[in-house]
Design a protein around this ligand. Structure first.
Ligand code: SF4
Ligand code: SF4
Length: 81
């Protein structure tokens, strides 16, 4: 007899903070985010770059990939368990 067990996995919820003054607008975080949570702002920062901004925040799973790829160390990730 085959026994099927359904396991419920809790999806993590994440929030990121982007330091827009450190951001150079390279888009690495945008290209890396698996959930499409980051986009470029339409406003310049003080260095003249369009910085990344957190959007679609309800979809963030706190995977930290955006922070890992950011060459400017401009992203912090906070995860709710
Ligand atoms: S933590 Fe993961 S899901 Fe959340 S914004 Fe960064 S790359 Fe996207
Ligand atoms: S990877 Fe870092 S520097 Fe590049 S756009 Fe994202 S936050 Fe800005």
């Amino acid at each position: 007899m085959i026994k099927i067990v359904f396991m419920q996995t809790k999806v993590k919820k994440g929030i990121i903070e982007i330091d827009i003054e450190r951001c150079k607008g390279c888009k690495y975080c945008i290209l890396t985010c698996p959930k499409g949570c980051i986009e470029l702002s339409s406003n310049f920062n003080s260095s003249g770059y369009y910085p990344a901004q957190f959007s679609n925040s309800e979809k963030c799973i706190g995977c930290t990939m955006c922070a890992v790829v950011c060459p400017e160390i401009a992203i912090e990730v906070f995860v709710e368990e």
